[in-house]
Design a protein around this ligand. Sequence first.
Ligand code: SAM
Length: 213
Amino acid sequence: MPKAKPQDVARFHAEYDTQKDHRLRLFGAIAKLLEPASVLYPGSYVDIAPSVFFDEVRYVDSDKRAPRFFEQPALSELIADKRTQLQRPMGGRVSFESRDYRTVLSIPDQSVALLISLYAGFVSEHCTRYLAPGGHLLVNDSHGDASMASLDAEMRLVGVVLEDGLEYRVSTEELEAYLVPKRGPGPSRESLHREGRGPNYTRKPFAYLFQLV
Ligand SMILES: C[S@@+](CC[C@H](N)C(=O)[O-])C[C@H]1O[C@@H](n2cnc3c(N)ncnc32)[C@H](O)[C@@H]1O
């Protein structure tokens, strides 16, 4: 069988990264606060920005295009280029699992320090089991997953990610003013599943940072 042509990973990634380096800015802000020894990113697609800042990142996605991207040897060069661009030290291990995150992943429970949930459904509901006690969840509310996490009695809101022009920063102030619905009752698990999004909140940060207590 003829060998498959290598993919131009930089180009493929650039087609995804339409708001150029937006995720580098996001994870740069997180890295100022946290140094997680291991990271799990279910529903990552090809968002490899966490690997520019963190050394052990496991990506999980069910999209058919993702495995080919993650298996390219040139992916490590793409990450190294971005580390150089941001003057980050070299290193790190990238692993990818082509799987529906609602099934059981091939990592132990309570084994990761940071769980990421961005625009990929109810990641927290299915994957908080992999988070070690004291670990963090970075989650946005695009699909209602931040609202879902807020219903978990073991999750404590410890920060919000705010957009400051093109930059991001994590604020730990006035946290009680977040996740307050503009009107009506707060969400329930059922309402989130039914509607696939959270309520209209009075404040709308880009994302939330929870800690598993
Ligand atoms: C809108 S993209 C977001 C990608 C990335 N998180 C980002 O913020 O750019 C949603 C991704 O989640 C993946 N996804 C959604 N549900 C999933 C599931 N149950 N298991 C695995 N991947 C899933 C999709 O395949 C898709 O690649």
